[in-house]
Design a protein around this ligand. Structure first.
Ligand code: ADP
Ligand code: MG
Length: 308
C-alpha cells in the first residue's frame, strides 16, 4: 500500500443475511484529504465506516487503514484513528472536561484539553454537565472526543445530522481545522451541500454501490451541459409546448408566474423558451441561468432526490 494512502477499500462486500449492504465497493482515501461518502438512508455508509473501524467483518474483499487490517491488527491502528461516538451514550451527569479527561486516559498519545475545547468552541462549557448541553454542543463534544488521542485519521458518521444550518457551518469549520492540522477525515453525510462545500473528494453511494467518485468540481463539470437550471418568470401562465427540450420542475405564483426548468443544452433551451414565450404572446420578465450543483449530479446519477 502506498504511503500516501490513509484508507484502502478493495471489492468490499458486507451482507446482513440476504441483504447486501455494501456491494463490491472500492475506494482509496489519500492522507490529508476530507473524503465524503454521500448517500441516502440505507446506502451503506455506516456499514462501511464500521468495517473500517474494525466493528464489522467483511464478507468479501479487503480493507486497510494506514496499511493495517482493522479486523486482525486493530491494536496497530487503535491509537491512530479517531472515532466519533453517538452523543446519546455520553454520561449525562459528568462535566465536559471530565468526559474528555476520561477518554484521553485510554490512550498513550493525548491531546491537550484546552486546545481541544478551543477547536470545538466549547471553552465556556468546560464545566457544564453533558445533560445541559444543546444538541449542537454535544455534536461538537463528539468531535472533540474523536480527537483525544491525536489521531491521524478521523471517522465521522453523519457528524452534522439533525443540526440547524448555523451549527452545521460551525462544525464544518472545525472539520476544516482538522484538515489544516494535517489530519485525514472520512465522513459520511446525506447533506449534498455539506459534501460539496467541505469535501476534497466525494463518493456517491447508493444501494451499497459506488455510483461516482471524484472532486465535487469534477462531478459537476462532467454533468454540466447535460444539466443546468434556468429560472424564469412570465406575466401570464407559461405552457410547456410538446417536444420541448427542457423540463419544468417547479412553478410558483408570486405576482408573476415563476418557473424553474432543468435543461440539457442550455443555449438551445433558452432559444426555444424565448420563442415559445413569444408565440404564446406572453412576456418574459426574469431569466436566470445557474450551473449544475452537486444535487443535480446526484439526481442525474441515482434518479433520486435526497430529502432531509
Ligand atoms: N445490523 C443490521 N442488521 C441487518 N440489516 C442492517 C443492519 N445494519 C444495517 N442494515 C441494513 O443495511 C443497509 C445499509 O445500512 P447502513 O449501513 O446503516 O446505511 P446508511 O448508514 O447509509 O443509512 C440498510 O438497508 C440497513 O437497513
Ligand atoms: Mg448511517
Amino acid at each position: 500500500m502506498s504511503n500516501d494512502l490513509a484508507v484502502r477499500v478493495e471489492d468490499l462486500t458486507k451482507r446482513y443475511g440476504r441483504l447486501v449492504a455494501v456491494d463490491k465497493l472500492s475506494l482509496d482515501v489519500n492522507k490529508g484529504e476530507i473524503f465524503g461518502v454521500l448517500g441516502p438512508n440505507g446506502a451503506g455508509k455506516t456499514t462501511l465506516i464500521e468495517v473500517l473501524e474494525g466493528l464489522r467483518t467483511p464478507d468479501g474483499g479487503a480493507v486497510s487503514v494506514l496499511g493495517f487490517d482493522p479486523r486482525r491488527e486493530l491494536e496497530m491502528i487503535k491509537e491512530r484513528i479517531g472515532v466519533q461516538l453517538q452523543s446519546s451514550s455520553f454520561f449525562r451527569k459528568l462535566r465536559v472536561v471530565e468526559v474528555l479527561n476520561q477518554f484521553r486516559s485510554y490512550y498513550r498519545e493525548r491531546a491537550d484539553i484546552d486546545e481541544l475545547l478551543e477547536m470545538v468552541a466549547l471553552n465556556e462549557k468546560r464545566n457544564s454537565f453533558i445533560m445541559d448541553l444543546s444538541g449542537g454542543q454535544r455534536q461538537r463534544l463528539a468531535l472533540a472526543l474523536a480527537l483525544v488521542n491525536k489521531p491521524d485519521i478521523i471517522f465521522l458518521d453523519e457528524p452534522t445530522a439533525g443540526l440547524d444550518a448555523q451549527v452545521r457551518r460551525q462544525l464544518w469549520h472545525t472539520i476544516e481545522q482538522m484538515k489544516s492540522a494535517g489530519k485525514t477525515v472520512l465522513l459520511t453525510t446525506h447533506y449534498i451541500e455539506e459534501a460539496e462545500r467541505l469535501c476534497d473528494r466525494v463518493l456517491i453511494l447508493d444501494g451499497g454501490r459506488r455510483v461516482a467518485l471524484d472532486s465535487p468540481a469534477n462531478l459537476i463539470a462532467h454533468a454540466r451541459g447535460r444539466s443546468a437550471r434556468v429560472r424564469f418568470a412570465t406575466t401570464k401562465p407559461f405552457a410547456l409546448e410538446p417536444g420541448a427540450s427542457f423540463q419544468v420542475i417547479e412553478s410558483s405564483r408570486n405576482g408573476n408566474y415563476a418557473y424553474t426548468a432543468q435543461v440539457g443544452n442550455t443555449g438551445r433551451s433558452i432559444v426555444e423558451l424565448v420563442s415559445a414565450i413569444e408565440r404564446q404572446q406572453n412576456e418574459l420578465v426574469e431569466l436566470q441561468i445557474s450551473r449544475a450543483t452537486l444535487e443535480d449530479v446526484f439526481v442525474e446519477l441515482t434518479g433520486k432526490e435526497i430529502r432531509e
